[in-house]
Design a protein around this ligand. Sequence first.
Ligand code: TYM
Length: 335
Amino acid sequence: MAHHPRVFSGVQPTGNLHLGNYLGAIRNWVTLQANYECIYCMVDLHAITVPQDPKVLRANTREVAASLIAAGIDPKTSIVFVQSQVSAHAELAWIFNCIARIGWLNRMTQFKEKAGKNRENATVGLYVYPNLMAADILTYRATHVPVGDDQRQHLELTRDIAQSFNSQFGVECFPLAEPVIIGTATRVMSLRDGASKMSKSDISEYSRINLVDEPDAIRQKVRKAKTDMEPLPSEPAGLEGRPEAKNLIGIFAALAEQPVEAVCREYGGSQFSAFKDALADLAIAKLGPITAKMRELRDDPGYVESILKDGAARADAIARPILREVQDIVGFLRA
Ligand code: TYM
């Protein structure tokens, strides 16, 4: 059975969105709207797999929703909503907890990174996080999932769960959702360390550019970005073994919507100082309109909340009948 094409993706409301979120995922979410039915979710159930301050979580959920709209998600055509407001996610996740195997979850690199050395102390929620992600996607029978490269392994697990459910019950209930990982910045690295991912949880503000940063902050962060001593190479091959240079050129190429080759050709032989000025100008020009729209939306919290309420109702209308079907397949008695 061919499944109707549908896009689903999610973002954790755990802080400001940064350039990694934008270039790795959200910009692609905007593009996909032209050709697909799209569903975009603030995943607060995922956020609480590590401790959150309740007030901050609530504020961040509104703020991240506003960022998506500011970045170009159209809430009239796409569905924008909060995960905890559609209970099918948690209900299907429980069923998937009874499909996924401990061995599969033990292979998840993100759990190992997030749990760190003290794994015994990580929450059970953090461990089964990928099962909830599979439920997010499959409760809509989504076929395409635009994400950054760091989510690739979770998407593989989603396919394993779908396949295992289908074969255990002898049904074609769930599609095998494809990751959509496109662009030259599918893995944006920290500005302070070319070996670690740009992340909301990095303690250094200088490691990331946030969508809400003022122009001065963007310029300062770019100027302070770690580099090496060599001038820039004129071909991409010259970026090997130079993670910081590779990251900055990758960001430039993604923002300018040019291939990395073209950026190397233009800036090959330049010193970092000149390149950084051009990169800061470009980032300010590209992010400025988003920041301005964010400010407008901040002054109108009622508007954002009305979008989320409408989004939850539309999401629920799709998810509920699919969950009902799954419950029948599993053998639950109807209420
Ligand atoms: P989250 O909130 O960490 O990030 C949201 C999106 O941004 C991408 N991303 C990056 N891309 C490139 N470079 C980076 N440095 C970078 N940092 C983040 C992520 O890949 C992601 O696409 N588990 C997910 C949220 C989630 C989800 C889902 C996604 C929950 N359920 C269902 C897709 C489908 C996460 O923590 O994303």
